[in-house]
Design a binder for this molecule. Structure first.
Ligand code: CP3
Length: 364
């Protein structure tokens, strides 16, 4: 299949920041920027079920573009509308969204792994995401880069075993401590699907990649090193080598390991990512110090500050911009929230957030 041709990119701010460069202002986007806080999103969801939207490229494209249209010129990246749970689906599991994720038949014991699809053909199982990426990249007309993503193996493993969200992670923890070898094997199986899926997303048109390890913070530092980190290294190493083998340029890769701030120094040293995403529990200057300029940083305003009104948002953004600044301005920094935006936020307060980032991050 020949590589698709795309319109030239007009705004490469986020790519420059991810490469560690100084920028004239900080690029900004927000996690879950296409989501329930937008009335235009809720409108589409009235007549289409969540995974139906994910599986219909024209709808996924439309929703991806909603925040780009609403905040024209204020937002520096788009992220393809999909979900991390499309990988468990591709591996043969049923996943419903009502309103949170629900797996009717989670993995109960290692014997259940036999039920998963042996060899996952991502083109067959996840081709709809590739098609959505290609259509969206064309429709973006080069306004901003398009981010592709996957869930990290530990986070996906936890969903596949817990069968949904969890407060205690008792079932997933039972697996890793009772069946450590079987757990590691399953985690690596998931990692291999992540690699093929990310490579496919780049071929389809993704210009930056993000790995979401949303539940990294549930592991102790020791167990993160055993059950998550090796899979994250496997992904970065193999995505890079597989793309290089086909002479395809490797896009910047971001790792968002939520709650794993204890691991920032080692992730910066050796995980193989260009950018580390930060949650709001870490002070930006401290994150900069421990990562020693080896990686770019992304984040990290508490998403709930968006409920605090204009003054609270403005002073938090001002503080964030000052705290991330290097030599009097933004360098190797992508402004974002410290986790996804939540449904009750007023879209006009989001506009204010973008405007404040633009104002306070500008290099004087
Ligand atoms: O960021 C974006 O705008 C792109 C799309 C995107 C979604 N999910 C759409 C979505 C992305 C990048 C995700 C990632 C995702 N999905 C993560 C990792 C990021 C994180 O927040 O930690 C996780 C853990 C999931 C799993 C998931 N999907 C949950 C727990 C839920 C329900 C709770 C919630 O946040 O709404 C979803 C549903 C989901 N995924 C929605 C959206 C817009 C809302 C569902 C709806 O339309 O009813």
């Amino acid at each position: 299949m020949p590589a698709p041709q795309f319109p030239p990119l007009k705004n490469d701010l986020i790519l420059r920041a991810a490469r560690g460069e100084k920028t004239e202002r900080a690029p900004v986007w927000i996690m879950r920027q296409a989501g329930r806080y937008l009335p235009e999103f809720r409108e589409v969801r009235k007549s289409h079920e969540f995974f139906e939207v994910c599986r219909t490229p024209a709808l996924a494209k439309e929703i991806t573009l909603q925040p780009i249209r609403r905040y024209t010129g204020l937002i520096d990246a788009s992220i393809i509308f999909s979900d991390i749970l499309v990988i468990p689906q591709a591996m043969g599991m049923e996943v419903l969204m009502n309103p949170g994720p629900h797996f009717p038949e989670p993995l109960e014991t290692p014997a259940d792994v036999e039920k998963l699809t042996k060899v996952v053909d991502v083109n067959k199982e996840l081709g709809y995401v590739f098609e959505a990426i290609t259509q969206t990249r064309v429709a973006l007309d080069g306004e901003v880069p398009l981010i592709g993503f996957v869930g990290a193996p530990w986070t996906l493993f936890a969903y596949m075993i817990e069968g949904g969200g969890s407060k205690t992670f008792q079932k997933a923890k039972t697996w890793i401590f009772k069946y450590p070898e079987e757990s590691k094997a399953l985690l690596m199986r998931i990692a291999d699907v992540c690699v093929d899926f990310l490579v496919g997303q780049v071929k389809a048109g993704a210009q930056l990649l993000q790995i979401f390890d949303s539940w990294a913070g549930e592991l102790s530092p020791h167990d993160f090193g055993i059950f998550s980190l090796p899979t994250l290294v496997h992904i970065s190493t193999n995505v890079r080598s597989k793309l290089a083998a086909e002479n395809i340029p490797v896009p910047p890769m971001t790792l968002f390991a939520k709650g794993a701030n204890y691991a920032l120094a080692s992730l910066a040293d050796s995980a193989g990512y260009d950018t580390l995403g930060l949650d709001w529990q870490v002070d930006p200057a401290e994150a900069r110090r421990v990562t020693g300029g080896k990686v770019a940083l992304q984040g990290n305003m508490d998403p709930n500050l968006l409920y605090g009104g204009r003054d609270a948002i403005e002073s938090a953004v001002k503080r964030m911009c000052a705290s991330f600044a290097v030599d009097g301005g933004p360098k190797a920094w992508i402004a974002n929230l410290g986790h996804g935006i939540t449904p009750g936020v007023d879209p006009e307060d989001v506009r204010w957030f973008f405007e404040c980032v633009r104002k306070y991050s500008a290099r004087s």
